[in-house]
Design a protein around this ligand. Structure first.
Ligand code: C5P
Ligand code: MG
Length: 286
């Protein structure tokens, strides 16, 4: 049915159930389907040739517009809070206030750097960001079959939009909810717009007020793509979900986190930098 599911990177706890969901989504057809995806480390690559690829925040942190002192402070925050973000032994309740702290501090530091709106395109062009292999096919197929693609990101919206624009895949069926920069009249960053989206509030609480989810209430088949345990609630705002397939990229601390990912995601992709499995499933469905 989907030969890509035989890849050695694929782990599935309940194969029969997963095949049933994929079949049901196919039966419902493309007019009932929507894709809800995380951005950083899900659509973008986690690593390349043994080196880490940047998140949308890291692209700014490492860019030429940030002072050396600013860079050091942002790196210190990353080294302190990232291990907390991915720690399988801490509860989400414990992590949530700490994530708010991380994002708030990082956004404050970035807002002190006089970043200009007009610099964003160059910052992205000069970065090491990479989309996962197969991104062209993914975006092209969804566009061709008019399947809405909702990108729900705790990253920086202005940066990730520029990434997909430069990759020539920012089609009209793509919608983004993320943290957006607020520029003053002269185009200088002064703060980030609210609500703050962090790894563990990607749910209804930040989607209220976006008309987007109402529009999509007839799309009752969902393919959800994520890399964090926080991405699992991204579809909670959809009022009537009939079939949902959750695909999780397990990028980091694979052995430690495998159990939790297998319990939570229908399909787990271990250290797989490609979109092969997602594309294979879509080829079967569409
Ligand atoms: O798009 P996504 O929801 O994955 O974006 C959030 C990611 O950005 C988190 O997984 C986190 O590790 C990373 N991050 C970062 N620097 C920050 C805040 C978050 O790299 N200041
Ligand atoms: Mg992510």
């Amino acid at each position: 049915m989907v030969p890509e599911l035989q890849k050695t990177t694929v782990r599935i706890q309940q194969p029969e159930r997963v095949m049933g969901v994929i079949r049901a989504i196919k039966e419902q057809g493309s007019s009932k389907l929507q894709v809800i995806s995380d951005f950083d480390m899900t659509l973008s690559r986690f690593g390349c040739n043994g080196r880490r690829c940047p998140t949308s925040h890291n692209i700014l942190d490492n860019s030429h517009v940030i002072s050396e002192d600013g860079k050091k402070k942002l790196k210190d925050l990353l080294h302190h809070y990232y291990p907390i973000e991915i720690d399988p032994n801490r509860s989400l309740e414990e992590k949530r206030p700490l994530m708010v702290e991380w994002w708030t501090r990082a956004h404050e530091l970035l807002s002190q750097q006089r970043i200009q709106k007009g610099d964003i395109a160059q910052i992205v062009r000069e970065s090491d960001v990479m989309l996962r292999d197969g991104f062209n096919e993914l975006f092209d197929q969804l566009h061709k079959y008019n399947v809405p693609m909702f990108i729900f990101s705790a990253g920086v919206g202005d940066i990730l939009e520029e990434i997909i624009r430069q990759a020539n895949v920012f089609y009209p069926n793509v919608n983004v909810v993320s943290n957006y920069m607020d520029f003053d009249d002269s185009g200088v960053l002064r703060c980030f717009k609210s609500p703050l989206i962090h790894t563990y509030n990607k749910n209804n609480s930040v989607l209220q007020g976006t008309a987007y989810f109402q529009q999509l209430s007839t799309r009752t088949s969902i393919i959800l793509l994520g890399d964090s345990m926080g991405d699992l609630t991204m579809a909670d705002g959809v009022p009537s979900v009939e079939n949902i397939l959750k695909i999780g990229f397990l990028n980091d601390k694979v052995e430690e986190r495998r159990g939790k990912y297998l319990d939570a995601y229908d399909i787990v992709l271990e250290s797989d930098e490609t979109l092969d499995v997602v594309n294979g499933i879509l080829r079967y469905i569409l």
